[in-house]
Write a protein that binds this ligand. Structure first.
Ligand SMILES: [Zn+2]
Length: 355
């Protein structure tokens, strides 16, 4: 019911995830063995003795920290909301109205996560954050304001019920597209004033980080999607076994021996946001497709993996006209096809991260 009411079908999603699995099989295997080599050295054990708890993140949905640059120093002492304001103004999608109404700084007892919300679908858009002057909050700010500018620029003459994003993953795609800028070396030069020497190191390491993160997250979403699909098809099966079988197959992690407990139930989305998780991965795919389209057709550059939007109002214009403005008047697949000339595909994600 959740899938159908969000205009998706299990067959459609499975087809995309099957394609993505094939594309990532080999590069993931290679990346995973590199990570295992590093981790087994760190812990002084054999790679074959690595178990889920060695991967830093309990679900291995995020990459372990193997980088050498401290990116936080570029944001130390700076105003995160001012930087974001300058960036979004520079692409012609002003956010001053959002920032003015938002609750941006932490205080005791305050909610610790971040979100963006459209209060009235008539321009009152706000974001909740607890800004600290570091890279993480810069990227969160870019992400949440991505949702924010989407809401703000939906056509106001649409009926209330259509005056929202086309789909939950289309707004997620915009948020991810904007968030990716923080790992872009040219963006850091323009926005955070890093030196040319630092720029070259960041270009290399940033690319590697993005690739590692994208591959790891992609394999993790395979586990989530396939677990949910199978669970709803047959809820009476041994779900504990199903979970660890999928973790072993898709993430290539050795399950703990003799374990028979509902570890899957520790993932909040399975109970709180049923049949939802695949949308994060669809958001990634759409972000890559948009990034590639913008690079080639709006900014006229060949390399779509390094795209800097800073001070390019034509990027904002494209997004406003082709993605934001139609709201939910267009179904997500029609929206993507109209904006980029093709239907949603994992091709651009693969071009960006798999090679
Ligand atoms: Zn988001």
């Amino acid at each position: 019911m959740s899938l159908i009411s969000s205009e998706q079908s299990a067959g459609e999603i499975t087809a995309i995830f099957d394609e993505l699995k094939t594309l990532t099989d080999e590069p993931y295997k290679k990346l995973k063995s590199e990570i295992d080599a590093k981790l087994s050295k760190k812990y002084g054990i054999l790679p074959g003795d690595l178990r889920p708890w060695h991967y830093e993140d309990r679900f291995f949905q995020e990459a372990p920290n193997t980088g050498t640059i401290d990116m936080d120093k570029y944001f130390k002492g700076k105003s995160i909301e001012k930087l974001a304001g300058v960036f979004y103004n520079g692409i012609g999608l002003p956010v001053d109205e959002i920032l003015k109404k938002s609750d941006l700084y932490g205080r005791e007892g305050k909610y610790q996560h971040a979100f963006s919300t459209d209060i009235d679908r008539l321009g009152d858009v706000r974001t909740m954050q607890s800004i600290v002057d570091n890279k993480n909050w810069m990227s969160t700010m870019l992400h949440e304001l991505g949702h924010g500018v989407y809401s703000l620029n939906v056509r106001r003459d649409l009926p209330f019920i259509l005056r929202i994003e086309s789909h939950i993953f289309t707004t997620e795609a915009i948020a991810m597209l904007m968030e990716r800028q923080v790992n872009n070396a040219d963006w850091l030069v323009e926005m955070a004033g890093i030196s040319q020497k630092e720029k070259e190191i960041i270009r290399k390491e940033g690319r590697e980080n993005r690739r590692m993160q994208a591959l790891i997250f992609s394999r993790w979403t395979q586990v989530m999607m396939r677990f949910e699909k199978s669970m709803y098809e047959n809820p009476d099966q041994n779900l504990n076994k199903l979970w660890w079988d999928l973790v072993e197959e898709y993430q290539m992690i050795t399950p703990p021996e003799g374990r028979n407990a509902p570890d899957w139930a520790a993932k909040i989305h399975l109970s709180q946001s049923p049949a939802y998780y695949h949308n994060y991965e669809l958001g990634e795919l759409m972000a890559s497709q948009l990034q590639s389209y913008i690079a080639k057709n709006i900014l006229n550059q060949e390399d779509a993996s390094e795209v800097c939007f800073a001070n390019r109002p034509e990027v904002g214009r494209f997004l406003r006209e082709k993605i934001f403005s139609p709201g939910a008047e267009l179904r997500w697949d029609v929206l993507i096809e109209k904006a980029t000339g093709e239907s949603l595909s994992s091709k651009y994600f693969a071009e960006e991260y798999v090679k």
